[in-house]
Design a protein around this ligand. Structure first.
Ligand code: PDD
Length: 286
């Protein structure tokens, strides 16, 4: 079951007018929220980032956090899997095609759920391949915009190369992946680029840094150069749907010894333990 503009219905029955500004202009924002054992993961943080995205495109938030929470709970209850990922999508509504904002138009609000499948164990033991390329996106990558054409093209470059992700470089520094955040490990230290307008402030990224802080793992949040990426001990990618994954080959060359490293193993385990605490009703990282 999905939610569209006030109603719950099967996905097959959902319809939107062709003049929806999401369809015409890609004029909207979205969120992806993982759900474990029917509990939304870091919901408050996802709703805060949604607010940031809506503010970024000057679209008034159609719902209070309580209303969003209630919609999220209803969608979870109406779908089968215990582990799901929710997709929330808000556009500037339906109006005659004109770039300028329409007046007195209601936004389109769409929520769907899909089963959340853990990454195959095999990928966690062998790691995945990634490629690098220049980051040619706009300068507001902190907004989770539905206009994802650059990300689609950048991700497809990886797929065409037999890899799973594209690591993006801008002006000699790493920004993020086409649909993930990227961490670098050097000298047993976890390096993360600072959140700014050039990357999406990942919710999983925050969890990883909180886990590092709570477990005395050395980490630095600072600009990471292309050279540091290319000579890394380990590379990790994070996202709500992929959690934490080891990148073991970059542009066809092994990262470190070409196997998932000890930082990955530790953070993966801490992340799994944290999920279990959350499912049992705990919240804070300690
Ligand atoms: N994408 N950077 C980009 C460009 C992303 O698209 C994503 C996630 C992330 C990771 O953010 P988070 O940890 O909050 O999922 C970073 C989602 C999963 C998607 O578009 O499907």
């Amino acid at each position: 079951m999905i939610y569209l503009n006030g109603d719950f219905m099967p996905l097959e029955e959902a319809r939107i007018p062709v003049l929806d500004r999401g369809f015409i202009f890609g004029d909207g924002v979205y969120e992806v929220i993982p759900v474990y054992s029917r509990k939304p993961f870091r919901l408050a943080e996802h709703l805060l980032r949604l607010r940031h995205s809506l503010d970024g495109i000057r679209l008034p938030n159609p719902h209070s956090d309580d209303e969003w929470t209630s919609l999220v709970e209803q969608i979870i209850a109406r779908n089968e899997s215990d582990d799901q990922y929710l997709y929330l999508h808000i556009t500037r509504g339906v109006a005659k095609r004109d770039h300028a904002f329409p007046k007195d138009v209601l936004p389109t609000v769409f929520i769907m759920s899909n089963p959340l499948l853990a990454p195959p164990k095999e990928l966690l033991t062998t790691g995945v391949a990634a490629i690098t390329t220049g980051d040619n996106r706009w300068l507001r990558c902190d907004i989770k915009a539905i206009s994802l054409l650059p990300n689609v093209l950048l991700r497809q470059m990886a797929i065409d190369a037999g890899a799973v992700e594209t690591v993006l470089l801008r002006d000699g520094f790493m920004t993020e992946g086409a649909a993930s955040n990227i961490f670098v490990v050097r000298n047993e230290t976890l390096l993360a680029p600072p959140k700014n307008n050039l990357m999406l402030p990942g919710i999983t990224y925050d969890v990883v840094l909180e886990l590092a802080a709570a477990h005395n793992i050395a980490y630095q949040v600072r600009a990471v150069s292309e050279y540091e990426v290319r000579t890394a001990q380990e590379l990790l990618l994070t996202s709500s749907t992929k959690e934490i994954m080891p990148i073991t080959h970059l542009d066809g060359k092994p990262v470190g010894d070409g196997k998932p490293g000890s930082m990955f193993a530790l953070l993966y385990q801490l992340y799994q333990n944290y999920k279990i605490t959350i499912m049992r009703g705990g919240a804070s990282i300690s």
